[in-house]
Design a protein. Structure first.
Ligand code: C5P
Length: 228
């Protein structure tokens, strides 16, 4: 695996601990994911700290609001010089289009990624929310809407990635969490695949957290993922 394809999820609240992970893994991993836990605790200054180390940042804010508000938030976030930023495709065509326009004007090097159906949702949850589709059907529908709004990347489960790759084409960025090396604990993820399976099915990038952060020997865990 190319080290650019692996993203470490910095799922901790403490800035020093997160920076220590960046310094410890940066020679093997190019990009680090800052999610809501860390961003709400540490704010934009922390993103600047990570950028100072030379590491790339995936800012997983899952933006979802009216088009103008999302476009303005995207504009602000793009000043932080990040590699990936997430928005919810459920915000609709116009919201996604406004976000795409904001990125192309302020930071064309940033790739916007659409979130389709959260992997914590199953078919019953979608039914409760009034959707007629299965999780797979709904993901496909939202993926096509995202493409029509100008998005060129999505976050998806490793089990949907083959279908989405076929539907969206070779140059779409497909980022998959829920990746577990052979023998690693599944934790709260339900639809998982190994790194090799996810890449073979069409993932362009893998997001991995606990299999490295919670490993007894994180360096060895990282090496074995890269080898796999
Ligand atoms: O520890 P683990 O490898 O399960 O971490 C996966 C990361 O990917 C977490 O930061 C989680 O929030 C994120 N994620 C996910 N499923 C999604 C979107 C993001 O697990 N659909």
């Amino acid at each position: 695996m190319n080290p650019d394809q692996l993203i470490l999820a910095l799922d901790v609240s403490d800035a020093n601990e997160a920076l220590a992970w960046v310094r410890r893994c940066h020679d093997k991993i190019a990009c680090f994911k800052i999610g809501l836990q860390l961003f709400t605790a540490q704010g934009p200054d922390f993103v600047r700290e990570v950028r100072k180390t030379g590491a790339k940042v995936f800012l997983d804010l899952k933006l979802h609001d009216i088009p103008n508000t999302v476009a303005k938030a995207v504009e602000s976030v793009c000043r932080l010089d990040i590699q990936f930023l997430t928005i919810h495709t459920l915000g609709g065509h116009d919201m996604m289009e406004a976000a795409v326009r904001a990125v192309s004007l302020s930071a064309p090097q940033t790739t916007l990624l659409g979130i389709t159906v959260l992997t914590s949702h199953n078919n019953d949850d979608l039914d409760d929310l009034g959707f007629d589709h299965t999780t797979t059907g709904q993901s496909l529908l939202l993926a096509k809407l995202a493409k029509s709004a100008g998005l060129r990347g999505l976050v998806c489960s490793p089990q949907e990635v083959a279908l989405l790759r076929k539907e969206l084409g070779a140059d779409f960025t497909l980022v998959t969490p829920g990746v577990r090396p052979v023998g690693a604990a599944v934790n709260d993820q339900s639809r998982v695949a190994t790194p090799a399976e996810a890449l073979a099915n069409g993932s362009s990038h893998l997001v991995i957290g606990r299999p490295i952060l919670h490993a007894p020997d994180p360096e060895a865990a990282l090496e074995s993922i890269l080898r796999e």
